[in-house]
Write a protein that binds this ligand. Structure first.
Ligand code: ADP
Ligand code: MG
Length: 700
């Protein structure tokens, strides 16, 4: 056995471990629970809990935790020891079915958007058996981690996993219905697969320690452009630095132990920027694995004295970090509906799935953009960087031609059907070759999947994936209704007539050109495509009646939960901005101004010394004046930034506050930053109080 297969999944309570620890009957019941996505039955819970505990303790675990995905991002856990009293008062190790299935974390510190405070102060977590339990190791201690959903006692959603799982159910219903209509009797369950490509930066721990902005905000607030940044374009796919290779090898090893199928690793566009991508997996698992991967990356980095930065824009003027979420849909038979096939009916299904996604993006592009909105990602989507905030779909030249053909066809004859089938079947594999891709498109068809590139590197991909699922659900439902209306006709014929109409009405979201160009931005505005620059603006999408209707109809979120979600997102945005602005002011006053002062003192002293020596000191005097002017600018910038913070506290309501901070706040920060960056360029290296971009981006 190779090392990889020997260690793969050793820290997860996977099928092999389950089979070993459970009776045959319980094992089969658990597997069918996992398959159906239903909650675990009480009758087997006790045995499963016991087996899980035995397995975990056998591996050295002392504690267990329910692991969940709060709406503020990241993951959360609360550890409990297995320790308990036996009936006669002795200490024993115990883990009951009740503890496996449900736990009550003290949830009051997690954002609920007002849901919890009005009803019930506590929430509970419940095991999601479709995601296997695993062990986390910290030094000598091991903890059994139980992937869970997080709900309030009234059943209101408090996390990101619950709506995601619900979106899978909605998509399953819509998908299976359509499959039946197409005469497919074999599909029993719709399967969504995901593969998130994770970009990140790595910086030396020692340099990081000198930057309060990186430590507090996860990104730099100041920093003059380095002489050598990414302009040489020599980093992408370049040879990987040995220190990074050692880190990556360690990382892969840890991921494999957790059953996470890391596949590719390479340099990214910017110096010290990298990417890791897994093999694709069933979406729920892929998301849980991505969240674990981010945690493990940080931990393994620390062992190598490296800080892994997942922020979307840690360095201004340098490529940001995203998370390309590759999404595909198929069913339990292993068929991928987005894969062109030799079977004519499968190709009709392929086109209908494409049509469904076009319909969904056409209707809910603004919602999709909102699903990836936060303070960090605004620096990518709102700025002129991959990808734009306008949600459009890139299909590639060949597929576009095929769709145009369908759009312009008159009568559906056997010949037309045969031609179209041939067209899909021959869809060039070249679309999968990265050379033929449009890198500026937020939603690109890449051969047998869609690549959604607007997700931020630090984000939980489940929000975006939930909306992708709902977009497809919505489209499937519309298509099903229209097919129903043309009952009686040959299904292939009605499908093509429906597609003709769908392609026609969704034309405006198909875009093959340069997504960064100003022409596209103008054109998109004319077409009425939403283009929301920042989070406060993007959140308005949730106010749309059709969004609430979509959420309620699919049972993903109630209207109340939608409002709570918006509130939480805006609150998080507000806090992030306030922290950034306060950090900027603090750094300006306590680090930057004193440094400029040193430079000024030194220069002025030199000028005075020259004067004393009877020499003219025009240059040094002028220099002193320039430095003083910069000192004044930085001070004025910090004062203005502080004013913005004061003023924001007088604004009424979250929407007004966040909009103000997003506009006036960002403008004030930009002005302060400009002054500080100018100061950096004239201050002696010995006086500058923190690591500069050049070092952060090139030293390790
Ligand atoms: P790249 O986009 O870098 O050229 P690939 O196309 O091979 O690379 O895959 C990128 C990501 O897409 C990987 O993380 C992979 O897991 C995922 N992926 C590949 N095929 C599928 C699929 N059918 N469904 C979902 N994700 C997929
Ligand atoms: Mg990619």
């Amino acid at each position: 056995m190779s090392e990889l297969t020997a260690i793969f999944g050793e820290l997860t309570f996977n099928r092999a471990a389950m089979q070993e620890k459970l009776s045959h009957d319980t094992y089969s019941k658990l597997i069918s629970t996992i398959y159906s996505g239903n909650p675990i039955e009480n009758s087997i819970a006790e045995e499963v809990a016991h087996a899980m505990k035995e397995w975990a303790i056998g591996k050295g675990a002392t504690h267990f935790t329910h692991w969940f995905q709060p709406q503020r991002g990241g993951t959360a856990e609360k550890h409990d020891a297995f320790i308990s009293y036996s009936e006669n008062g002795e200490i024993i190790e115990r883990f009951s079915a009740k503890q496996l299935i449900q736990s009550e974390p003290d949830a009051s510190s997690f954002p609920s958007g007002g849901i919890r405070s009005t009803f019930e102060a506590r929430g509970y977590t419940a095991w999601d058996p479709t995601s296997p339990a695993f062990l986390i190791e910290t030094g000598r201690s091991k903890t059994l981690v139980i992937p869970s959903v997080f709900l309030s006692w009234t059943g209101d959603v408090l996390d990101l996993k619950t709506p995601f799982l619900r979106s899978l159910i909605a998509l399953n219903d819509a998908g299976i219905k359509l499959q039946r209509m197409l005469g497919n009797r074999l599909s029993k369950k719709i399967v969504v697969n995901c593969g998130p490509e994770q970009e990140y930066f790595v910086v030396s721990k020692a340099l990081y320690e000198s930057r309060p902005d990186l430590k507090i905000c996860g990104r730099t607030l100041f920093g003059a452009p380095p002489a050598k940044g990414q302009q040489m374009e020599d980093h992408y796919f370049g040879a990987i630095h040995p220190k990074i290779i050692r880190f990556m090898a360690d990382l892969d090893h840890e991921l494999y132990r957790r059953g996470i199928p890391a596949k590719t690793r390479h340099n990214e566009v910017s110096p010290n920027q990298f990417e890791i991508a897994p093999l694709y997996e069933e979406a729920n698992l892929a998301i849980d694995h991505n969240l674990q991967t981010m945690d493990i990356m940080r931990q393994v980095g620390l062992k190598h004295d490296l800080i892994v930065i997942m922020h979307e824009k840690p360095f201004a003027g340098v490529n940001g970090s995203g998370k390309h979420v590759n999404w595909s849909i198929g069913d339990n038979t292993g068929t991928n509906y987005l894969e062109p096939s030799a079977s004519p009916l499968k190709n009709i299904n392929f086109l209908l799935t494409l049509g469904a996604i076009l319909l969904g993006v056409d209707k809910f592009g603004g919602l999709l953009r909102a699903s990836v909105a936060d303070a960090g990602n605004d620096h990518r989507l709102g700025a002129n960087e991959a990808p734009p905030a306008i949600m459009s779909i890139y299909l590639g030249e060949y597929l576009t031609r095929l769709i145009d053909e369908i759009e312009s066809m008159n009568k559906v004859t056997e010949q037309v059907i045969a031609n179209i089938n041939m067209g899909v079947r021959n869809l060039p594999k070249i679309a999968r070759d990265s050379s033929d891709r449009n890198r500026t498109s937020p939603i690109a068809f890449t051969g047998n999947k869609f690549e959604f590139r607007a997700v931020g590197s630090s984000q939980n991909p489940s929000e975006a994936t939930t909306i992708l699922n709902l977009i497809c659900t919505y489209g499937y439902n519309i298509i099903e209704q229209r097919l129903n209306a043309s009952k009686g006709k040959d299904i292939r014929e009605s499908a093509l007539m429906v597609l003709k109409q769908v392609f026609k009405e969704t034309r405006k979201v198909r875009f093959e050109g340069n997504g960064y160009s100003s022409e596209w931005h103008r054109e998109a505005e004319k077409l009425g495509l939403p283009n929301n620059r920042n989070t406060p603006a993007a959140m308005n999408a949730f106010n749309d009646h059709s969004v609430v209707e979509l959420m309620e109809k699919t049972h993903v979120l109630t209207e109340r939960e939608v409002h709570a979600k918006v509130e939480i997102k805006l609150e998080t945005y507000l806090k992030t901005k306030e922290i950034e602005y306060k950090t900027a002011v603090n750094m300006a006053r306590t680090l930057i101004l004193p440094a400029i002062n040193k430079q000024l003192t030194q220069t002025a002293k030199a000028a005075a010394a020259m004067k004393e020596a009877g020499l003219t000191s025009k240059t040094l005097l002028e220099e002193s004046k320039i430095i003083e002017k910069i000192y004044i600018d930085v001070k004025a910038g910090a004062d203005a930034m502080e004013k913005v913070l004061e003023k924001s506290s007088t604004k009424k309501g979250l929407h007004a506050k966040t909009a103000f901070l997003g506009d006036d706040g960002e403008a004030a920060l930009a002005r302060l930053r400009q002054a500080v960056d100018t100061a950096e360029e004239i201050t002696a290296h010995e006086f500058w109080p923190m690591a500069k971009y050049q070092d952060l981006l090139t030293s390790l």
